[in-house]
Design a protein around this ligand. Structure first.
Ligand code: B16
Ligand code: MG
Length: 218
């Protein structure tokens, strides 16, 4: 099967909101004197807010308390993302979207974030995508395949016809579980399961995506 759709993760792929997520978790961790650093934060990427709280406070079982902590983090995060403007879109994103559109390839956002609509609105980019699926619409967050499978359904394409662009271990696993090809954004060391890794979305081209599709032809 050929390439029919490209699904973009949001945080850390088309904009630097993963930095904001990190800063907000760090603030919460510091407030409660819990150790937290960039290395630990890798495990939070692509993972739902509630699951992140569980990772940070493994001793807390009380669901209402976990919700309270998640809400505290989200309060800081929503405040922080108000400052996003279209200039915060990563270089190369718009060029890639334009190139894919020219070749008739469908595009979608597949994000764990429940703040996806607000971030897309701030970036003024929502109209560039044929579909958006986010953490408000799925029962199981990444590494489960749900959000990417939902993208494929919304785009009316088969999962095997999709390539996902992801910066998180959980996201790479979710894409593979959906039977999709994955381009990892970041180091091969951090994303060993990705079909290919590049430094940023600027390094992704129609040519690369085609080569990967041919390589993974089933
Ligand atoms: P929210 P992605 C993910 O977005 C982030 O990588 C992850 O760090 C965050 O916890 C998750 O969204 C939930 O975000 O608290 O805004 O609902 O990378 O899947 O676009
Ligand atoms: Mg991400």
């Amino acid at each position: 099967m050929g390439l029919r759709a490209v699904i973009f993760d949001l945080d850390g792929v088309i904009t630097d909101t993963s930095r904001f997520h990190y800063l907000c978790w760090k603030k919460l961790a510091d407030q409660y004197h819990v150790p937290f650093d960039e290395k630990f934060n890798e495990r939070f990427k692509g993972v739902s807010r509630k699951d992140c709280v569980r990772l940070l406070f493994p001793e807390i079982q009380d669901d209402a308390r976990l919700d309270e902590l998640a809400e505290q983090k989200n309060h800081h995060y929503v405040e922080m993302i108000q400052q996003i403007t279209p200039a915060d879109l990563f270089d190369g994103t718009q060029e890639l979207l334009r190139e894919l559109r020219a070749y008739g390839i469908k595009t979608a956002i597949g994000s764990a974030s429940k703040n996806t609509p607000l971030v897309l609105q701030k970036l003024e980019i929502a109209h560039w995508f044929d579909a958006v699926a986010d953490g408000t619409e799925v029962a199981h967050s990444k590494p489960a395949p749900d959000v990417f499978e939902l993208c494929a359904r919304k785009l009316n394409v088969a999962c095997s016809e999709c390539i996902v662009i992801e910066d998180a271990q959980a996201g790479v696993q979710a894409a593979l579980a959906a039977g999709m090809t994955v381009v990892g954004i970041g180091s091969q060391e951090l994303l060993p399961e990705a079909d290919w890794t590049v430094n940023s979305v600027r390094d992704v081209s129609w040519d690369l995506l085609n080569r990967l599709t041919l390589k993974n032809k089933r």
